[in-house]
Design a protein around this ligand. Structure first.
Ligand code: ATP
Length: 554
C-alpha cells in the first residue's frame, strides 16, 4: 500500500499529508483499501475551499450557469445511452508468471512502447513488453475491463436490478437538461454545473490520490447553439486571434470560440488559486485520440512530482482537467434512448432563417444534415438502416429551418482530488535552518494561496498563563470565527506555534501581546500580524482585522 520509493519528493509530501492531517489512507487500521483515501481535518477544509471557489466562480458569479446536485445511482439506461456500459473500459493484462495485473496502456507507456490495435480493433501488446514485477514477457493479451462499479437496487440480486455507481457526474446534467432549462429561465447559451462523487474501478490506482477509485469531480456542461444556427442568425461565426482569451462572450461565437474561452477561463481559475502558468501544461488531443463525436479536447495538466519527462527532458504534466467540445452527441443519445425530446426552440433562428437567401438556406441545411447523418451513422443501433438514418437526418435539418436544434456542448471537467494534490505539491517547501549554536533543522512551509488555505488565520496569545492575554485572544478568535476558519493556539513558544501554522499553510497569524492590552497606550486594541511566506510583521487594529483578512482570503 505504501507509495513506491521511486519519488522522494512524493514520499515527503505523502508523509507531511499524513503527519499534518491532510490525507489518510482509507480504512488504515485494517490495512487500507487500495485506491481510496480520506481527508483529515486540514484536507477537508482545503477541499471545501476548492469546491466553494469553483462553485462560486462557475455558478453564482455568472448569469449564464445554473447548479445541479443529482444522485450517484441513476437509471442504468443512462449509462447505456452514454456508452459507458459498452465502452467505458481499460485494457487489462496479467503476467502469467507472477500473476501481477496491469493496465496495458500504462505498462507499455512505462517502457516507452505504444499499445496498438489489430485490424479487428483489439488491443495487442508490442513485442518485448515485460512484466514490471518479475520481468517476464509472458503476458496475457489485453482484454477490456469495464470501470463501472456495479450494485443492485432492492433486495433481489438479479440482472434486472443492476445499477452502477456513476463514473462521472456529467450524465446527470444531460438527463436533467430539460428540467433545468424549464425551471432556471436560462436560454442557450447557458451551462449547468455540478460537483460530486464519481467512482471508477481503476485497474491500477496509483500516484497517491491522482488515480483513485472514489473521487470527486467538478463538471460544467455549457450548452451552445450549433454553428449552422449562429451562421443563420449572425451571417458568420466569429473569427478569433490565434491564441489567448477571446474576451467576453459574444452572440456570434461558435464552438471554437467557446472552447477556447473555457480553456482560458479555467486557466485563470487555476492561476487565481496559486497555480501559475509555468506549473501547468496543455495537451491538445490529436484526431486519433478524440472520441468520434468530439470536435476538440484540451487537457490542462499540472507538473506533479511524479510527472514524466519527454525526450527533450521537459516535464509535460498529468491531467487536472479536460475541456472537451462534444458536439450534440450527449443530448442526442439521451433523446434517442429515452424517446424524450432534448432539443430547444430558438425564435431568433426561426426569424433569421426566413430572411436567408435560398442558396444560404440550402448550404446550411446540407451541412447540418451531414453532421446529423454522421452522428446517426456512427452511433447507429443494431438493425438501424441507412434509410432510417437519412430520414431522421432530414427531419433534423428540416427542424433547424424551423428554429429547432439539439444544443452542442463544451465540457470543462475537473477532478477535485487531483487539484488538491496539485495544490499540496505546489505549496510544499522545505528549508534547512541553522541556529546560532550551529544546530540545523528542516522547516516545512505549505505556501497555499490564502484563498484555498485550510486555516486563514492563527490567533495566538503571547503567553498562556496570563488570563488577560488569553481572554483577549479568545475574543479576537470569536470575532473572526463566523467569517473564516480560525485556529486558536496557546501551547508552546510563539516560534513553535508559528512553525505549526506554517506547516498547515496558514497565511496569517495574529499575536495578542501586552501592547494589545494597552501597555503602550498608542497600541491599545492592536495586534501583531505575521505573514507566513516572508515572516514580515505589521500592527493592525482589531477593529480592522476582519475586513483585512476577509478581502485577502476570499
Ligand atoms: P485519465 O485519462 O487520467 O484516466 P480521464 O481522461 O479518464 O482521466 P475524465 O473522464 O476526462 O478523465 O474525467 C475528468 C476529470 O476527472 C479528470 O481530468 C480528472 O481530474 C478526474 N478523474 C478522472 N479519473 C480519476 C481518478 N481515477 N481519480 C481521480 N480523479 C480522476
Amino acid at each position: 500500500m505504501a507509495e513506491p520509493k521511486e519519488n522522494l519528493q512524493m514520499e515527503k509530501i505523502v508523509s507531511l499529508c499524513k503527519r499534518r492531517g491532510f490525507i489518510f489512507q482509507s480504512s488504515e487500521i485494517y490495512g487500507g483499501i487500495n485506491g481510496f483515501w480520506d481527508y483529515g481535518p486540514l484536507g477537508a477544509e482545503l477541499k471545501r475551499n476548492v469546491k466553494e471557489l469553483w462553485w462560486n466562480s462557475m455558478t453564482r458569479e455568472r448569469e449564464d450557469v445554473a447548479g445541479l446536485e443529482a444522485t450517484i445511482i441513476m437509471s442504468p439506461a443512462i449509462w447505456k445511452a452514454s456508452g459507458h456500459v459498452d465502452t467505458f473500459s481499460d485494457p487489462m493484462c496479467d503476467c502469467k508468471k507472477c500473476k501481477k495485473r496491469f493496465r496495458a496502456d500504462q505498462l507499455c507507456e512505462d517502457q516507452n512502447l505504444t499499445l496498438s490495435r489489430n485490424p479487428e480493433g483489439k488491443f495487442v501488446l508490442p513485442v518485448g513488453t515485460r512484466c514490471t514485477g518479475c520481468g517476464s514477457v509472458e503476458l496475457t493479451e489485453p482484454r477490456p475491463f469495464n470501470l463501472m462499479f456495479k450494485t443492485y437496487v432492492g433486495p433481489v440480486e438479479s440482472e434486472d436490478n443492476v445499477a452502477y455507481l456513476r463514473p462521472e457526474t456529467a450524465q446527470a446534467i444531460f438527463a436533467q437538461f430539460k428540467n433545468v432549462l424549464e425551471t432556471s429561465r436560462q436560454k442557450v447559451p447557458f451551462g449547468i454545473g455540478q460537483i460530486g462523487k464519481a467512482f471508477r474501478n481503476e485497474v491500477t490506482p496509483r500516484n497517491y490520490t491522482f488515480r483513485s477509485r472514489e473521487f470527486e469531480q467538478m463538471e460544467l456542461e455549457f450548452f451552445i447553439k450549433p454553428d449552422e444556427a449562429i451562421e443563420a442568425i449572425h451571417g458568420a461565426v466569429a473569427t478569433m486571434p490565434a491564441t489567448g482569451h477571446p474576451g467576453e462572450p459574444q452572440p456570434d461565437w461558435g464552438w471554437q470560440a467557446w472552447h477556447r474561452y473555457w480553456v482560458e477561463e479555467r486557466v485563470r481559475f487555476y492561476e487565481g488559486i496559486g497555480l501559475s502558468r509555468e506549473t501547468l501544461g496543455f495537451h491538445h488531443q490529436t484526431p486519433e485520440e478524440l472520441a468520434h463525436y468530439a470536435r476538440a479536447c484540451t487537457d490542462i495538466l499540472f507538473k506533479f512530482p511524479f510527472s514524466k519527462k519527454d525526450d527533450h527532458g521537459n516535464v509535460k504534466g498529468d491531467e487536472l482537467e479536460g475541456i472537451a467540445a462534444r458536439s450534440d452527441f450527449d443530448l442526442s443519445q439521451h433523446q434517442r434512448f429515452s424517446g424524450k425530446p432534448m432539443g430547444v426552440f430558438d425564435d431568433e433562428l426561426r426569424a433569421a432563417w426566413g430572411k436567408l437567401s435560398p442558396e444560404k438556406q440550402a448550404d446550411l441545411w446540407k451541412r447540418y444534415y451531414d453532421n446529423r447523418k454522421n452522428y446517426l451513422t456512427k452511433s447507429a443501433r443494431p438493425g438501424e438502416t441507412a434509410e432510417q438514418i437519412q430520414k431522421q437526418a432530414t427531419e433534423d435539418a428540416n427542424g433547424l429551418a424551423k428554429g429547432q436544434y439539439i444544443p452542442h456542448v463544451i465540457e470543462p471537467s475537473a477532478g477535485v482530488d487531483r487539484l488538491i494534490l496539485a495544490l499540496i505539491a505546489n505549496a510544499y517547501s522545505e528549508t534547512v535552518k541553522t541556529d546560532a549554536k550551529g544546530k540545523s533543522e528542516t522547516v516545512f512551509v505549505m505556501k497555499f494561496h490564502p484563498r484555498v488555505a485550510p486555516i486563514k488565520v492563527g490567533v495566538l496569545p503571547l503567553l498562556k498563563n496570563k488570563p488577560e492575554l488569553v481572554n483577549k485572544a479568545l475574543a479576537v478568535r470569536d470575532l473572526l470565527r463566523p467569517w473564516m476558519n480560525v485556529f486558536y493556539d496557546d501551547s508552546g513558544s510563539i516560534g513553535k506555534r508559528y512553525a505549526r501554522q506554517d506547516e498547515a499553510g496558514t497565511p496569517f497569524c495574529v499575536t495578542i501581546d501586552f501592547d494589545t492590552l494597552g501597555e503602550n497606550p498608542e497600541l491599545l486594541d492592536t495586534v501583531t500580524l505575521r505573514h507566513r511566506d516572508d515572516g514580515r510583521q505589521e500592527r493592525l487594529k482589531i477593529s480592522e482585522l476582519r475586513d483585512w483578512l476577509f478581502t485577502r482570503t476570499r
